[in-house]
Design a protein around this ligand. Sequence first.
Ligand SMILES: Cc1cc2nc3c(=O)[nH]c(=O)nc-3n(C[C@H](O)[C@H](O)[C@H](O)COP(=O)(O)OP(=O)(O)OC[C@H]3O[C@@H](n4cnc5c(N)ncnc54)[C@H](O)[C@@H]3O)c2cc1C
Length: 507
Amino acid sequence: MSNTAAHPPNFDVVIVGRGPVGSTLANLLGLCGLRTLILEREAKTYHLPRAVHFDDECMRVFQTIGLADAILPHLTLSPGMRFVDAEGRLLLDWPRPSEPTAMGWNLSYRFHQPDLEAVLNDGLTRWPQVELRTRCDVFALEQDHDGARVRYEELDTGRLVDITCGYVVGCDGARSLVRRFIGSALDDLGFHERWLVCDVLLRKERPDLGDFSIQHCNPQRPATYIRGTGNRRRWEITVHPDEDAVEITQPARVWELLSPWLQPTEAEIERAAVYTFHSAVAQLWRNGRFLLAGDSAHQTPPFLGQGMCAGIRDAANLAWKLARVIAGQAKPDLLATYQSERAPHVRELIELAIRLGGLINTKAVEAALATGSARGDGQLKLDVQKPLLGPGLACGDRSLTGRLAPQFRFRVHGRSDDRVGYRFALLCRSGLGAAMIDQHHASLSAADVAIMCGEEAGGLDAWLDQHGFDAVLMRPDRYIMGAVRDGEDPATLIAGVARLAPLPSAA
Ligand SMILES: Cc1cc2nc3c(=O)[nH]c(=O)nc-3n(C[C@H](O)[C@H](O)[C@H](O)COP(=O)(O)OP(=O)(O)OC[C@H]3O[C@@H](n4cnc5c(N)ncnc54)[C@H](O)[C@@H]3O)c2cc1C
């Protein structure tokens, strides 16, 4: 391994895999100014979609990397999901509001994955210190105290290449090689089912199919309908254990299965493939200089549409921590908070997705209603709360720690995240910000903490009032790190950034 003093590493970070998670992470690292290399085995992004839905939090991350406006034209809003029985009677409604949430974006977007990945990949070209090498198959990793070494094969030439770096992040999907080098097993959360995923392109308008996602809770053949963007529509249909995965993807059989909703004259099949949906979380997300993000760290059944979303959250949680550690502004221990914060969050979502998968069986709907995970108020409605981050960073009052801070509109113009950038920010009640800047100018700029005040950010004072705080510290990933009440010294929060270190419980 190279001696870093004598031979600085070729890159700060090497990302293995340019799926949506690797590409988002590279954009965030580019924003942080890190020398980043992405190594991707394939020449082009996968031309067919897997993910079709993402949420307001993902859009906020895309806003942070300056790509929300480029992504927005490719999206449609989702009004929500409905569960119906085999006769089409509504069992359960899960509506999504048409108004933006406190994140400043809508709760549920539909998209075509290749469109999103094209924007993310184009976005990489903005960062001169970020490089993408395609047709490069990573096959070996090493690390020691000084750095890491990545070995890969250039698939077009057969040349073997060796490079050094500070950290390696495996965004290399469910069969991750980096996970094997980390030596991590997967915790199996118990769900493994085969589903036929069938994407069609409508030849004629079919408004009757509707905009809601529909879960057909037919115990004989559970199925999901999802309205895609443009003329794309998707059906995901259970494959029985005795059915052959090749036979069921033959056009005649696919049309037979689609016949309750669609006839062959009305659409062409773009893709019919059997996927086995797994539910698993890696036991170790980091070993020294090697880390995991996205499907390499966790896999979920798609019923909540949260697999990719979870990976985007990983990227947002990890990038600023890597940047601080590499810049010497934080101890490498900070990276221990990555798994401690993210793993419980994603595990809760996977468990919810498994329960939701179970709801597609009508008996399970009754059971869920009996246990109160859905509530009845005339019409049965489902209301899903976002999980909290697991234990990690906290300072001051911890009652809001692990939740996302809202995004505020500036009274004059613009959104608060754009003003703050990918940095810490102290959100202060009116009257407090100017005093804070006067008193703590040096420590604020040393810790790279922005200040946002109630005078300029519409709704900030009301939000602080609601929670009884004078100031709240927001991290670069928009999660809350701590808060102070009337009479407490906000300097505690600035000091918390300066001495970034995990809680003993997260170490
Ligand atoms: C049918 C279906 C529906 C889904 N719906 C949703 C949804 O609605 N919403 C949602 O959020 N999620 C959904 N998901 C999940 C989502 O698609 C995945 O979570 C997401 O694509 C994972 O992204 P990733 O970047 O982690 O990995 P991937 O997209 O798998 O990318 C990994 C990349 O790493 C590369 N690679 C692997 N090994 C190497 C190596 N050794 N060297 C170089 N390169 C390598 C691969 O070529 C690949 O490009 C769905 C999944 C499926 C299957």
